[in-house]
Design a protein around this ligand. Structure first.
Ligand code: FCB
Length: 470
């Protein structure tokens, strides 16, 4: 079916969304019983975050959520993906629920529902309670069980009004940037711990799915959001193909194979055998837990990943886009070189290439047959505020347009894609980059916290009203 435009239409009921995450927007880090998460600790370590920025206040969404939901309604969003703060809902990571936190999230969800916006809750967007990190964090198996308990607690409190849940956001980043390269909290740099963390995140996901199914109504939709790398070998040289295989193994299949096939792939186990004893790490029954069926797979996509063997890298610029560190986030694939796919870069230095999104959606759907959501996609640019207060961001609009066109191409090619959540609704705390990088379609003045929709927000409104691209 076509709309008369160059782009096939999006299916009826397609979710037109935007995404945020708790630590990036909420602030109020010491209010109403919340205890510190690993990002509170990490952001306060000098040198870890640009300009010494922290999420202490962030954009004060905790106090301004009603205004923010009004903005979403004005844009016309039909869905909103946000994350729950574990250490707010369950201070210290264990024990009873914090009623004041439940009140906050219930009020947020009710406000969304009153405005006809479907809430999509992410249980874990990188903010592990610090007390659990002190006991070993994700490198420790117990954390997976604590996560499932917290998931059940959150679902008991909100399951009457939230029906779509994603367990983890980008476990690759949690494991490999958090415990491998150390550019994210908790800032540890041990490749073996990074692999342990990856398995325990997978296990935590599976245990949480089991716990959520027990608590939630049968029509609840359960998902996980993965930043699967759209890996491309730079040449067809066998060494470059081998580099691509390694990155696919430790970047993608370390999550998708246990999730959808109930196994870790032999090549991954071989590549990393010198680092961990997988037989001891993976207990009997773990893979059955991890491969519990889910209803949707969330894909977070920003740019393709072009790789070669280090020997074939030459003088080309090398960049895996994940921040500078003396420690690799790629255990067992440390000798792979990363290249820019092209030189059309966002302010993050990430190349713009929407074909990676359509390719990924099509290949995921072909391989796993699971309905898909794009749970993140977007771009940072150097936005400027005009003297009249407007923020004109044509580059972001073009990025979003071209990536939505890629989603529609994937749908036309047969992929079952149910929604698109752009990153991000509002400018916010961009992890190790602090407030330097702006991804929002709504501008935030960090002195006054005044929100101003950018022209990309007006454009998105039109897309949503039309139900597709012009
Ligand atoms: C993703 C994160 C999200 C945001 C975007 C730019 O990796 O999930 O919180 O930082 O990148």
């Amino acid at each position: 079916m076509t709309t008369g435009s160059n782009h096939p239409s999006f299916p009826r009921g397609f979710a037109w969304g935007a995404a945020t995450a708790a630590y990036q927007i909420e602030g109020a880090v010491a209010e109403d019983g919340r205890t510190p998460s690993i990002w509170d600790t990490f952001s306060h370590v000098p040198g870890k975050v640009a300009n010494g920025d922290t999420g202490d206040t962030a954009i004060d969404h905790y106090h301004r959520f009603r205004e923010d939901v009004r903005t979403m309604a004005e844009i016309g969003l039909t869905a909103y993906r946000f994350s729950l703060s574990w250490s707010r809902l369950r201070p210290t990571g264990r024990g009873p629920a914090n009623e004041r936190a439940l009140d906050f999230y219930r009020a947020l969800v009710d406000e969304l529902l009153d405005h006809g916006i479907t809430p999509v809750a992410t249980l874990y967007h990188w903010d592990l309670p610090q007390e659990l990190e002190d006991e070993g964090g994700w490198a420790d198996r117990d954390t997976a069980y604590h996560f499932a308990d917290y998931a059940a607690l959150a679902a008991r409190a909100l399951g009457d009004r939230v029906s779509t849940w994603t367990t983890l956001n980008e476990p690759w980043c949690s494991a490999f940037l958090g415990y491998g390269s150390g550019v994210h909290a908790p800032g540890r740099t041990d490749p073996a711990d990074a692999l342990r963390a990856a398995h325990h995140l997978n296990l935590g996901h599976g245990l949480a799915v089991g716990a959520l199914r027990e608590v939630l109504p049968t029509d609840a939709q359960l998902a996980v959001s993965l930043n699967l790398h759209a890996v491309r070998p730079r040449t067809t040289h066998p060494d470059d193909l081998e580099a691509a295989r390694r990155i696919e193994a430790v970047g993608n299949r370390i999550f998708t194979s246990p999730l959808f096939k109930g196994r870790y792939d032999d090549d991954l186990l071989a590549d990393t055998a010198h680092l961990v004893k997988w037989d001891a790490l993976v207990h009997a029954g773990d893979l059955a837990e991890i491969s519990r069926p889910i209803d949707l797979l969330g894909l977070n996509y920003y740019n393709p990943t072009v790789v070669s063997s280090a020997a074939n890298a030459g003088d080309l610029p090398r960049n895996d886009g994940h921040g500078a560190s003396a420690h690799s986030p790629w255990p067992g694939a440390e000798d792979v070189a990363f290249h820019l796919a092209n030189d059309r870069l966002t302010a993050m230095g990430w190349p713009i290439d929407p074909t990676g999104l359509s390719d990924s959606l099509l290949s995921l759907y072909r391989e796993f047959g699971v309905p898909l959501l794009v749970t993140e996609n977007g771009a940072a640019f150097e936005d400027t505020v005009a003297p009249d207060g407007t923020v004109h961001d044509p580059e972001r609009t073009a990025y979003l347009h071209d990536h939505l066109a890629a989603v529609s191409d994937a749908i036309a090619g047969g992929a079952d894609v149910r929604g698109y959540f752009l990153w991000s609704l509002m400018d916010n705390f961009e992890w190790a980059y602090g407030y330097e990088k702006r991804f929002g379609i709504v501008h935030v003045d960090y002195d006054t916290l005044v929100r101003t929709p950018k022209t990309s927000a007006r454009w998105y409104s039109d897309v949503i009203r039309r139900g597709g691209l012009a």
